[in-house]
Design a protein around this ligand. Structure first.
Ligand SMILES: Cc1cc2nc3c(=O)[nH]c(=O)nc-3n(C[C@H](O)[C@H](O)[C@H](O)COP(=O)(O)OP(=O)(O)OC[C@H]3O[C@@H](n4cnc5c(N)ncnc54)[C@H](O)[C@@H]3O)c2cc1C
Length: 289
């Protein structure tokens, strides 16, 4: 049995104080779906768990047409799946969170926890990266904003520093004529983590592509982008041939990993199929603005 203190601060300053008092031996806990697993496995032996659940204001979702969506770190996956503002303005976000695990996990898991545990086999980071989302990191001495693309640096690694708390995620407004899609490909059970996840954000003007962002999740230590492949589409109509060319460029550029959900070779074939399919599906979707 691991012996640790349980701390429940009720303000952000008190949270920073608890983090400072216990230092790096303490661990923050939000939904606890990851922390409880690693505790049980003996992989984590904290001197204290600092629960964020009683800190007010971190479970809100707000939308501004010019600025976009602001999501508190404690917003659960289920809230993202069902919230009317998310469903109306960012349907791909609601779809992405709606395919994570099962409803029991989604009721508990938080957006901040998902980004901070930085498991490569996750769904939301690919979509958040494709949407150009950033995180707000606060500490006792200040705050900074970092793109999700730069926040996750490797397997279970982020740039968060000791004493920092992720308090919110900001998702900018979609480009004019923008829409997106997330495709999750599983190889085991329906509730499993992704073997490959493909997030596509696309905007068109007069039938030609004005913006394309394609991000592949679960195939490497962090979400993968191939900007040169995205640029192939700019100014052109998204045809079957162009979607195939973009998909081939992604499949050729990424060096996918092997795990129990699929070999690197298999993942490469699936990237080729799924990028083409998701790009065409995004093209055929109505713009959300
Ligand atoms: C059975 C199961 C199935 C799953 N399937 C999927 C799946 O299909 N797809 C998928 O994407 N994910 C899946 N997951 C992962 C799940 O989504 C994550 O475990 C969850 O998002 C983590 O959020 P949490 O709030 O529970 O984090 P916690 O367990 O509370 O914390 C996770 C980590 O983040 C840190 N942390 C939490 N909040 C903050 C904060 N605000 N600031 C700084 N650090 C913080 C904690 O200290 C800890 O290190 C699955 C998990 C389980 C258990």
């Amino acid at each position: 049995m691991i012996d640790f203190d349980w701390i429940e601060p009720t303000t952000i300053p008190d949270t920073f104080k608890a983090m400072a008092d216990y230092g790096e031996d303490a661990r923050l806990i939000a939904g606890g779906t990851w922390v409880t697993l690693v505790l049980k496995q003996g992989l984590l032996m904290p001197s204290a768990l600092i629960s964020l659940r009683r800190v007010p204001g971190l479970d809100q979702i707000a939308y501004d047409p010019a600025d976009g969506l602001t999501v508190g770190a404690l917003v659960t996956h289920r809230m993202m799946e069902t919230h009317p503002l998310v469903r109306q303005y960012y349907p791909m976000l609601a779809e992405t969170f709606g395919v994570v695990a099962n409803v029991r996990i989604r009721n508990q898991a938080t957006v901040g926890g998902c980004l901070c545990d930085a498991d490569y086999a996750s769904d939301p980071p690919a979509t958040l990266t494709a949407l150009g989302a950033s995180v707000r990191l606060q500490s006792a001495t200040g705050e900074r904003r970092v793109l999700v693309h730069d926040f996750i640096t490797g397997h279970y690694e982020t740039i968060i520093k000791p004493g920092e708390l992720l308090t919110a995620i900001h998702i900018p407004a979609l480009p004019t004529g923008g829409r997106g899609i997330y495709g999750k490909y599983r190889t085991r059970s329906h509730e499993d983590r992704p073997c490959v996840g493909v997030a596509v954000v696309l905007a068109t003007a007069d039938g030609a592509c004005s913006h394309l962002s394609v991000v592949i999740g679960a195939v490497a230590s962090r979400p993968q982008r191939v900007p040169a492949a995205e640029r192939l589409a700019l100014g052109k109509p998204i045809t079957e041939a162009l979607a195939r060319q973009i998909a081939d460029a992604y499949a050729d550029a990424i060096d996918p990993l092997d795990d129990l959900r699929g070999s690197g070779w298999y993942r490469r074939q699936m990237i080729r199929v799924l990028v083409r399919r998701a790009t065409l599906q995004a093209r055929d979707r109505s713009a959300t603005q």
